[in-house]
Design a binder for this molecule. Structure first.
Ligand SMILES: [Cu+2]
Length: 154
C-alpha cells in the first residue's frame, strides 16, 4: 500500500504593513523674538579738565565736590567732608551727576547756577564766587522731597 502523502502547501501571506505617513507636527515656537525697545539713553560725558592749580601764592580756587544721584541724594563735600561752612571766595565746584532724573542747582547770593541739568549724566565743573550768606544746593524736581542742602558762607 502506498501511502498517499498529501502535501499541504501553506502559503504564507506576507502582510505588508502599510506604512502610515505621519504628518509631523512642527512645534511652532516663535524663535524670532524681536528685541523691543532698545534703550535710547544717550549719556553725555563731558570731561572737564579740573584746573586745580595749586598756586604758591594761595590764590588758587578751592575745589568743592558736588554729587547728585543716583538715589535721592545730593551732597557738597570738600576734601571728602560734608560742607557746612565756607569762607567767601572763588571755588571750583565739580559736580558728579549720577542720574538722568536729577540735576544740581546752586542758589545763593550772586549765584544761580544749574551745574547739571536733569537728563545730564556725567561730570561738570564750574567756577563760582561765594559771598557771605546761605547757599542752597538742590535737585529742582525733588527739592520738595528733601533732595537739597545748605551751607553758610562767611
Ligand atoms: Cu532729583
Amino acid at each position: 500500500m502506498l501511502g498517499v502523502v498529501s502535501g499541504r502547501n501553506v502559503i504564507a501571506l506576507g502582510l505588508v504593513a502599510a506604512a502610515l505617513a505621519f504628518g509631523g507636527v512642527a512645534c511652532g515656537s516663535d524663535d524670532d523674538e524681536g528685541t523691543a525697545g532698545g534703550g535710547d539713553t544717550t549719556t553725555e560725558q563731558t570731561t572737564t579738565a579740573e584746573d586745580t592749580t595749586t598756586g604758591d601764592d594761595g590764590s588758587s580756587a578751592a575745589t568743592l565736590e558736588g554729587e547728585t544721584g543716583p538715589g535721592f541724594e545730593i551732597e557738597v563735600r570738600q576734601e571728602g567732608a560734608d560742607v557746612e561752612t565756607l569762607s567767601a571766595g572763588t571755588y571750583t565746584i565739580s559736580v558728579e551727576d549720577k542720574s538722568e532724573m536729577h540735576n544740581f542747582h546752586l542758589i545763593g547770593p550772586g549765584v544761580d547756577e544749574e551745574v547739571t541739568d536733569v537728563p545730564f549724566v556725567g561730570e561738570k565743573s564750574v567756577e563760582v564766587t561765594l559771598q557771605a550768606g546761605t547757599y542752597t544746593y538742590q535737585c529742582d524736581p525733588h527739592a520738595a522731597q528733601g533732595m537739597m542742602g545748605t551751607f553758610t558762607v562767611s
